[in-house]
Design a protein around this ligand. Sequence first.
Ligand SMILES: [Zn+2]
Ligand SMILES: [Zn+2]
Ligand SMILES: [Zn+2]
Length: 302
Amino acid sequence: MVAPSRARRPGAPRAGAFEEHDDPVGCPFDEGRESATPPETFAIGPPGRPPDTPGWRVRVVPNKFPAFGPWPQARDRPDGLFARCAAVGRQEVVVHSPRHVRSLADLTGREFQLVAEAWGARAEAAREAGFLYVHALVNEGPGAGASLAHSHSQLVWLAQEPPLVAQEREIREAAGACLLCRVLAGEREQRIRVVEERDGLLLLCPFAGRQPYELLAAPLECEADAFGSPLLGAALALAAEGVRRLRIAEGAVPFNLWLHAGGHWHLELVPRFGVLAGIELGAGYFVNTMAPESAAGVLRES
Ligand SMILES: [Zn+2]
Ligand SMILES: [Zn+2]
Ligand SMILES: [Zn+2]
């Protein structure tokens, strides 16, 4: 439901982004603070670098407080809880840079390539460990569920396909064709909701955006293996370009970004301007105060 009358600007009340004064005294994700996290499971760095020491470019550690998978603190419990939880899932944190960067908007293209490489390596490890699906996501800003400012993503290893990914697959199978291919072709021709096209990827404000400035980034070619794609890093960089433009237009806005790795893979990014209320949660209608055509226009000019 597009209801622009509900707010002249989408910005007004918002939960905020991380500011300098939110930084803890010792950020556990900074280079040199490796002992503040659980031992790393993967890192990109110089050959021969010992684990949990400086010199890394991207570093992956277990989430200290996972929703899926065992809490590291439960490892020594005698009742086997750790092993049972480990069968359900695992949750890892990917630290995007040794620099204390607070937003995706401030990472470099090279850094996104390394993040994509880390995502790919860990997705491969998840597959080898028997997990069916890896949900990759970024929560940025306290209003979007992030508790640490230092830019990072999460990889949730899942024993089953999550409901929204299954739903997209069922729609695709019922249609007997890739709907995203059709959508991208149409958007590319109309250019009303397109923000940017580069590197064989399209960034646009989707037709049925749930929130102002919702973004979708996808390869123009129909590709099914996101984690093995040479375009994944460029897709993350393109989504970050959207965040940069949004910051120019509206200031720092908290957002959630995730990868849908099934079918024609894509990134979805939902800025968190409003709270989910009874219409969204109870009826399943999202009330968006800004038409995607307007949002794309603002972002193109930013
Ligand atoms: Zn930091
Ligand atoms: Zn497709
Ligand atoms: Zn999707």
